[in-house]
Design a protein around this ligand. Sequence first.
Ligand SMILES: C[S@@+](CC[C@H](N)C(=O)[O-])C[C@H]1O[C@@H](n2cnc3c(N)ncnc32)[C@H](O)[C@@H]1O
Length: 259
Amino acid sequence: MKRTHSNLSAEDFTTSSIIRFGGLDDYIEEKMMVDYFIIEGNLGISRGVRMYLLNQIRRLKEVKQIKILDAGCAIGALTSLLVMQELARAGLLHKTKLILLDVSERVIHKTQMRNFQFPSNLVNSLLKFKIYEKLRHSKGLVASCEDIPLKDNSIDISLAGFLFQHLHDKTKKKAAEELQRVTKPGGFIGVAESWFEDHSDYLKIHEHDEIPLAHEAPISYRRLRQNFKNTEIFEANSPIRRGTENEHFYYFCGMKKAA
Ligand SMILES: C[S@@+](CC[C@H](N)C(=O)[O-])C[C@H]1O[C@@H](n2cnc3c(N)ncnc32)[C@H](O)[C@@H]1O
């Protein structure tokens, strides 16, 4: 049944991304082929983590466990894979605990079962089995990022790769608050997004989809950053103009401010 935008609830906008992304068997492969900006944004986050680890290495060597939260992980949790590679380089992977959060149970299940193609052109194959162990023992949370079932100040590294563009505008502020709430003061927060100034062409391609795109969802760098007032940004790109005139991606990385 074809529905018009006016019939859609906030829930429809949220779940549309499950159908579009959580439902794809070959999510990582598809990203490599058509969505290279997703790779670039995630590489931006992993560079931010590298800088953070350099700065925090002495403290982190002393802690018992480093907890990563990947909010909106999607199949294969690419953001986490790249970040775990950085933790391995810093000699910290063994004490890392991964938490995968997604509204789609299937996404989490496939990731924990390592049911995806390992992106060995991005992550060193020698790390594959150590990373697989982390995925196998990860904690899966089937939940929405607007209401994260974790304690305040409990996470060392919070990641949100290309998540906000799938949230209805009304829920973005709450999701940003939740990410900052669960992150420890001084902990790392990394966000990457794509943003189309004019996404009418993209909408046209998808106009006959059963559930239309959350077309109001893309958010500019400036507006999204405003929702991260408790985060001291130390690494970011300026929105990049790509092949087509209206296509952008951006990322920013910061530390949660002390209370
Ligand atoms: C584009 S994918 C993100 C992929 C991955 N983080 C990356 O950067 O490669 C968006 C993911 O967010 C999930 N998602 C959508 N709405 C969500 C919500 N409200 N809370 C948590 N996850 C959500 C979708 O199911 C999907 O797996």
